[in-house]
Each structure stands twice: as structure tokens, then as C-alpha cells.
Design a protein around this ligand. Structure first.
Ligand code: NAD
Length: 335
């Protein structure tokens, strides 16, 4: 039976990188079929809603979505469509691989191959409990960590290690100072780790983790941590390996999973064919792993590496003069 995925073409450079990505997926003969759904500015114009009910229905039905970046208009409705999607589908795991690629302007052209697994639904990023006193002198922000939330994210990290043949999970925390919330995360993390004797587990305080990532990123395999630390660390990791054009991410829940590029809609280069499609392509590789097509995921990643090695049709952000679809065609010719 063919599997259908929801495809959200998005705003700005979104349609360009989505066309490029679907071109490569077609060359891979994945057998996936696509159901298009609107979100973002384009949806606001067409349906009067940034996140229409039919888009949520489509994701609910298909359980898998490939999503281009969306522009959230400043000062309207909810703060972010992406946050709304995460909340609606309880997408508790934010999974971001950071892998060295050749011929990028990064500090680590090789040696980095790690995944950050960030808790996506609780911690310091709650909508409630954010208060500023009437005199504007004091601000209070609630952080909530639960046993359930910690257990499922750490378990996700260990299961991911097993499924991908990775050997080590690092629990990142600040339990020495934030004894309540970070302490609970670490306690539950240790309990879960004990159930995976085949996977090495170590613990690291978040500030030291930042330094270690910059000094010796090769020591990390999978990092699992709470929402705020994971947000910061995963961007740090993207910076280690060449930045936004090469950073994919997955938001995974029990009922749905949404795969996307980490970058935004890049309005400054939209419509010019300059956008690098690799981040969305790498997100598509994560999607292929998730739907049980790991061979196709590997073929796709290898084709991206080979195209970067050859500097074939690479886009201006990587120092080339190629365009979005030309780059995609060069990758497609290698799958
Ligand atoms: P951005 O990521 O869109 O752009 C930052 C810089 O990186 C720009 O100079 C841009 O040209 C460049 N860039 C980004 N992606 C690129 C690519 N694939 N190839 C080449 N260059 C690329 O960040 P921003 O400008 O802060 O945000 C623009 C819009 O995107 C905002 O409306 C924001 O809300 C939205 N946004 C959406 C998502 C998402 O949907 N996941 C994520 C972040 C930002």
C-alpha cells in the first residue's frame, strides 16, 4: 500500500526547497504519495487562517508531514505556528542530527556525527506562568518538568540509539543548581538508562557541555536534555557543522511526526533560486528513516555528501553559483 504524507510548501523559500526536495524523493522512488496542505501566510491569504483545520486533519490522517518553513506574522494570533503544531499533536521529541559535511564553511569539516534529542513540550517553555509584576520590576517564569515528560524523552533517546546503532547517550542537565526541575530530569534519566545496559550513558552539566561541544564534539553520540537547554545546544551543534542550510529537524509524537528544515522562510532570498535545499532534504532523510526506508535515507545522505564533495551546482551560501533546483538535480543524479 502506498503511504501518503502531508506536504506543506510553506512561505518564502519554502515552495522552492520543497520542489527541489520532492524532485530528489521522486528520483529515489520512495513510493510515497503527497497530499498538499497549506499553513502560514499562504494559508492566511487562501483560507483566512494561519493553520487551517483541514491541514491539521491531513496531518492527523497521514501521521507524517514534510514541512517547509512558515512565516509567522508579527503581532497576530499565537506566537508561532510551529509551536501551535507541536502543542496540537504533542510532538514531544525534537530530534536534530548534526553531521560534518565536506566543503562547508564550518569549523569541523569532519568528526561531528551527533544527534540532539530535546524535550519539546514542557520545561521552561510553558505558555502559562509567565508574569511581570505591575511595577515592571520583577519577572517570574514557571518551569515544569514531569516524570512522564522526562521518561518518554530519555526513552526516545535510548530507543533511537538502539535503532541507529549508536553507542552512547549523554544526559545534559543543571541538577547541581536547579535541583528541582533539572534534578527530576536527571533522576528519571538515570532510571531509564539503567534499563538499557547495552548503551553507554554519561551525564554532563550544560555549561560544560557547551565547552566540550566546541572543543571535542567527536565525544558525543546522542545528547538528551530538557527544552531550553536543548533549544540552545541544538543550534550550537548546527553551527559546528555548517549552519542553517544543512540543519534538519524532526518533531515526533505518538500520533504524528513533522519533519522540517531548522531555518526559516528566508524572505531576503525568496523567489531567487538561491536557497540551499539540503536542510529540507536531510529532514526528508529523517522522514525516510521514520517510515521504515533506512536504505533510501542512506542513499539520500550519501548523494548529498557526494554532491558537496564535488561542489556540483552548490548554492551561494556554500560558496557556489548554483541554484536550488540545479543543486537538487545534481543530488538526484547521484541517488
Ligand atoms: P531565516 O532562517 O529565515 O534566515 C536567516 C538567514 O539565513 C537569512 O539571511 C537567510 O537568507 C539565510 N537562510 C536561511 N535558510 C537558508 C537556505 N536554505 N539557504 C540559504 N540561506 C538561507 O530566519 P529569519 O530571517 O529570522 O526568519 C524569517 C521568517 O521565518 C520569520 O517569519 C520566522 O518567523 C520564520 N521562521 C520559521 C521557521 C519554521 O517554520 N520552522 C523557523 C525559523 C524562522
Amino acid at each position: 500500500m502506498t503511504q501518503t504524507i502531508t506536504v506543506i510548501r510553506g512561505d518564502g523559500i519554502g515552495p522552492e526547497i520543497m520542489d527541489a526536495t520532492l524532485h530528489v524523493l521522486d528520483a529515489l522512488k520512495t513510493g510515497l504519495s503527497y497530499e498538499e496542505a497549506d499553513a502560514g501566510l499562504v494559508a492566511l491569504e487562501k483560507h483566512g487562517d494561519l493553520l487551517p483545520a483541514q491541514t491539521l486533519e491531513s496531518i492527523k490522517k497521514n501521521k507524517i508531514a514534510l514541512k517547509s518553513p512558515l512565516t509567522t506574522p508579527v503581532g497576530e494570533g499565537f506566537s508561532s505556528i510551529n509551536v501551535a503544531l507541536r502543542r496540537h499533536f504533542d510532538l514531544y521529541a525534537n530530534v536534530r542530527p548534526a553531521i560534518s559535511f565536506p566543503n562547508t564553511k564550518s569549523r569541523f569539516a569532519d568528526g561531528v556525527d551527533l544527534i540532539t534529542v530535546r524535550e519539546n513540550t514542557e520545561g521552561a517553555y510553558l505558555s502559562e506562568g509567565q508574569e511581570v509584576s505591575a511595577d515592571g520590576e520583577t519577572a517570574v517564569s514557571l518551569t515544569r518538568v514531569t516524570r512522564k515528560g522526562s521518561e518518554r524523552i530519555v526513552r526516545y533517546a535510548f530507543d533511537l540509539a538502539r535503532a541507529t546503532g549508536r553507542k552512547k547517550v549523554t544526559l545534559v542537565h543543571k541538577a547541581n543548581i536547579i535541583k528541582s526541575t533539572s534534578g527530576l530530569f536527571l533522576k528519571v534519566g538515570r532510571e531509564v538508562a539503567a534499563q538499557y545496559p547495552d548503551i553507554e550513558c554519561n551525564e554532563m552539566i550544560v555549561d560544560n557541555t557547551c565547552m566540550q561541544l566546541v572543543m571535542r564534539p567527536e565525544q558525543f553520540d546522542i545528547i538528551v536534555t530538557t527544552n531550553l537547554f536543548g533549544d540552545i545546544l541544538s543550534d550550537l551543534c548546527a553551527g559546528l557543522v555548517g549552519g542553517l542550510g544543512l540543519a534538519p529537524g524532526a518533531n515526533i509524537g505518538t500520533e504524528a511526526a513533522i519533519f522540517e528544515a531548522v531555518h526559516g522562510s528566508a524572505p531576503d532570498i525568496a523567489g531567487q533560486g538561491k536557497a540551499n535545499p539540503c536542510a529540507l532534504l536531510l529532514a526528508a532523510a529523517q522522514l525516510l528513516d521514520h517510515v521504515g526506508q533506512p536504505e533510501n535515507a542512506t542513499r539520500l545522505r550519501k548523494a548529498i555528501v557526494a554532491t558537496l564533495e564535488a561542489k556540483d551546482s552548490i548554492t551561494p551560501d556554500l560558496g557556489g553559483t548554483g541554484n536550488t533546483m540545479g543543486f537538487a538535480k545534481a543530488i538526484a543524479s547521484r541517488v
